[in-house]
Design a protein around this ligand. Structure first.
Ligand code: MG
Length: 330
């Protein structure tokens, strides 16, 4: 097996005119060549702020043939890509076209009209990053329940405490609560706290799932597991989800467009195999970054992600034109 890498940077879009210029996010595309000549690609895009090792550490472990969980997932996704490339099929052919949730990075200083474009574009679910300015957010969410037909996924990234959670819930109107599909990572995972909270509102576990071993047999106190195929052992989590009778949402890792397309492919594949278990995915995260030569080739329409030309996951010509560095020959 040979590993090649090509470093890249993604520039986050500014969320508001007063925001500081964002810092570029670093990642690497991997090109993996198997001994039988198959070649597949994947994205390595760690989120250090959510506990991932940084990019250099992943690469240096790989140089010694030690596989970090992210690299293991990259190899898995690249193997799916490689098989399709060899068979000369595009992974998006004959797949379900799924409706993704929209993504709103913050509600700060926004009015309820900020939701109009999502409804107009055909979205029925919207994920909002919240817990930054609770009073204002609650006002908009309460308003939206009367004016916009959108189910909301509220992602707190652990910003709440039990007391601020109670305040948040108590300030939401009954209509608003009915519009909320789930609260995502309201506070760090704690079985007792989550058990109590999910009696009030459904809970989804995202980055906090890292605390739950993939071989754990006992169920957890969450209603929905959020799985990023670039980060999580998808097959092991699917098994847990079936055993625990939970729902699953596949989301992207907010990384390189190639990796995001692979996450969306996994969502399509699982929706065919586990139609009752899979909720609408959240892989439409391309807009978070300034466009680049890969995102210019994307093909999405409202909530739907469509195929990019080429074999496997697509992007054939542009992948060939990247500068590839050999990492380690085995
Ligand atoms: Mg999240």
């Amino acid at each position: 097996m040979k590993f090649y890498y090509s470093l890249y940077e993604l520039m986050p879009k500014k969320l508001g005119p007063k925001d500081q210029t964002p810092v570029a996010r670093k990642g690497a595309l991997l090109k993996i060549e198997w001994s039988d000549g198959k070649i597949g690609y994947a994205d390595l895009h760690p989120w250090v702020e959510f506990g991932d090792l940084d990019l250099e550490q992943h690469l240096s472990e790989l140089r010694h043939m030690r596989l970090t969980p992210l690299v293991e997932q990259a190899i898995w996704l690249a193997s799916i890509d490689a098989k399709a490339r060899k068979e000369k099929v595009n992974l998006y052919d004959n797949q379900l076209v799924l409706k993704n949730n929209g993504l709103l990075m913050k509600l700060k200083q926004a009015s309820v009209e900020v939701l109009d474009p999502y409804v107009d574009a055909g979205f029925s679910k919207l994920k909002i990053k919240v817990g930054l300015d609770s009073i204002h957010e609650i006002e908009i969410i309460n308003r939206a329940a009367l004016t916009h037909n959108l189910k909301l996924r509220l992602d707190f990234n652990n910003r709440l405490t039990w007391s601020s959670f109670e305040k948040y819930i108590n300030a939401l109107t009954p209509q608003a609560k009915r519009q909320i599909e789930y609260f995502e990572d309201p506070f760090p995972y704690d079985a007792n706290m989550w058990k109590e909270a999910r009696q009030i509102i459904p809970l989804a576990i995202d980055w906090e799932l890292k605390k739950i071993p993939i071989d754990q047999k006992d169920s957890i106190e969450a209603d929905v597991l959020i799985i990023k195929p670039t980060h999580d052992d998808v097959n092991a989590r699917v098994e847990q989800c079936v055993r625990w009778e939970k729902k699953m949402t596949i989301t992207s890792h907010m990384g390189h467009p190639l990796g995001v397309m692979q996450c969306a492919y996994v969502a399509q594949d699982l929706a065919k195999r586990f139609p009752k278990m899979m909720l609408d995915p959240g892989c439409l995260t391309f807009d978070v970054f300034e466009p680049n030569e890969f995102s210019n080739l994307l093909n999405f329409q409202g909530p739907f992600i469509k195929k990019v030309g080429g074999w496997g996951i697509g992007f054939d010509f542009i992948l060939k034109s990247q500068k590839w560095n050999l990492l380690k020959a085995q």
